[in-house]
Design a protein around this ligand. Structure first.
Ligand SMILES: [Zn+2]
Ligand SMILES: [Zn+2]
Length: 347
C-alpha cells in the first residue's frame, strides 16, 4: 500500500465507542482504531444499538467475568462495511442485525442437540466480545442476520434481544391462551403484539401504580393491565417474567391455573422468596430461558413483520449511553432506549 493512502486510512480508520473499563463505573467515551474483520467475520457500520436490561447487569457486575475493557451492546443494527475472508453470506451495504449470541463451539453436547443457546463455550456480543455501543462492530457472519426487510434501523434494534428473547420466552410458555406478562418494558411491548396476532389474551403487570405503563399495555392489545400487586380477573395459563424481581415468581404461580407455567425470561433476577408447595403443586412449572438459538432469530425475524410488530423507541446519541442506562434502571422508559451514532442520526 502506498504511503498517502496508508496515512489517509489511518486517520479515517478510527471510531468512537462507549467503553466499560471497570465494573460499576460509568462508560467512558473513547476513540479507537477500527476493528478489522477476521476470517468468517464482517465489520458493520452501526446505525442503531438498543439498550437491554442485560447491559445493566453487565455494567453492575451481576454477570461473571465480562471481557474488560468492554464495549457493551448486543442489539445491533448496521450496514456491512467490510468482509473478512471466507464470508459468502453477506455483501457490503447490506443491513444486518447482530444479537447476543455471538458464537458457539459447534461441538459440545448442547450444540450437537439443537440447543446452541446452552453451548459450553459461547461468545456473547457486548459481554465476552465487544458489542454495539460504538460506531463499528465486528461479528461472526454466521451469527448475524439479514435485515433486508427492515427499513428502519432504530425500530428494528429492539427486536435483536427484547424481541428474540421475548420470542423464545413465548415459545417456552407453550399453548397458553391467557398469558401474563410481568414487567412491561421493551420485551413485553413487542411480545404483547405477537400474542395479539396469535389470538392470545394478554394480562399485563406493571410496577404498582404505573398507570402510564398500564395504558401503554392496553394500547398494544392487552385485555387487562394492572399493578403486580393486583390479581388478574381470570386465572392464567402461563406467565412470563421479564422484570428481574424474584418475588414475582410466587406471585405469578398464585395466578396460574393447574398445569400452568411460569417462564423466567431474564438473565439475572433477585432471589426468589420461599413459598408453600401447594402453589406449585397440580403440575405447575417454573422454567427459565437462556440466550437464543439462531433458529429463534430466523423464526422471529420472519414473524415480526407478519404480526405487524412496531416498537416504541427513545433515541439517544451514542455519547449518552450512560443516560440511557440510567433511564432504563429508573424505569423511565416506555419501550426501548436506542443509541444512534451521530453519523446515523443524519441519515
Ligand atoms: Zn457448544
Ligand atoms: Zn439483551
Amino acid at each position: 500500500m502506498d504511503r498517502p493512502r496508508y496515512e489517509a486510512e489511518m486517520t479515517a480508520g478510527r471510531m468512537k465507542a462507549m467503553v466499560l473499563a471497570e465494573i460499576g463505573r460509568p462508560l467512558r467515551l473513547e476513540e479507537r482504531v477500527l476493528p478489522e474483520p477476521g476470517p468468517g467475520e464482517i465489520r458493520v457500520r452501526i446505525e442503531a444499538c438498543a439498550v437491554c436490561r442485560t447491559d445493566l447487569h453487565v455494567v453492575d457486575g451481576d454477570l461473571p467475568r465480562p471481557k474488560l475493557p468492554l464495549i457493551p451492546g448486543h442489539e445491533i443494527v448496521g450496514v456491512v462495511d467490510r468482509l473478512g475472508s471466507a464470508v459468502g453470506s453477506f455483501a457490503p451495504g447490506e443491513r444486518v442485525g447482530i444479537p447476543w449470541l455471538g458464537h458457539t463451539c459447534g461441538r459440545c453436547s448442547y450444540c450437537a442437540s439443537g440447543r446452541e443457546n446452552l453451548c459450553d463455550e459461547p461468545i456473547f456480543t457486548g459481554y465476552t466480545r465487544d458489542g454495539g455501543f460504538a460506531e463499528y462492530a465486528v461479528a461472526d457472519a454466521a451469527y448475524a442476520f439479514s435485515l433486508a426487510r427492515y427499513a428502519d434501523p432504530v425500530a428494528a434494534a429492539p427486536l435483536m434481544c427484547a424481541g428474540l428473547i421475548g420470542w423464545r420466552s413465548l415459545v417456552a410458555a407453550g399453548e397458553a391462551g391467557a398469558i401474563g406478562l410481568y414487567g412491561f418494558g421493551a420485551a413485553a411491548h413487542i411480545i404483547a403484539q405477537v400474542c395479539r396476532w396469535q389470538g392470545r389474551a394478554v394480562y399485563a403487570f406493571t410496577r404498582p401504580g404505573d398507570e402510564e405503563a398500564q395504558a401503554f399495555a392496553r394500547s398494544l392489545g392487552a385485555v387487562w393491565a394492572g399493578g403486580s400487586d393486583e390479581d388478574p380477573p381470570t386465572r392464567l395459563d402461563a406467565a412470563i417474567l421479564f422484570a428481574p424481581v424474584g418475588a414475582l415468581v410466587p406471585t405469578a404461580l398464585r395466578h396460574l391455573r393447574k398445569g400452568g407455567r411460569v417462564v423466567c425470561g431474564g438473565i439475572h433476577m433477585s432471589d426468589i422468596p420461599s413459598f408453600p408447595y401447594r402453589i406449585l403443586w397440580e403440575e405447575r412449572q417454573i422454567v427459565s430461558v437462556a440466550n437464543l438459538t439462531r433458529q429463534d432469530a430466523v423464526d422471529f425475524l420472519a414473524i415480526a413483520p407478519q404480526a405487524g410488530v412496531t416498537t416504541a423507541t427513545v433515541r439517544y446519541p451514542l455519547e449518552a449511553a450512560n443516560e440511557a442506562l440510567a433511564d432504563l434502571r429508573a424505569g423511565r422508559l416506555q419501550g426501548a432506549a436506542v443509541l444512534c451514532p451521530s453519523g446515523a442520526f443524519a441519515s
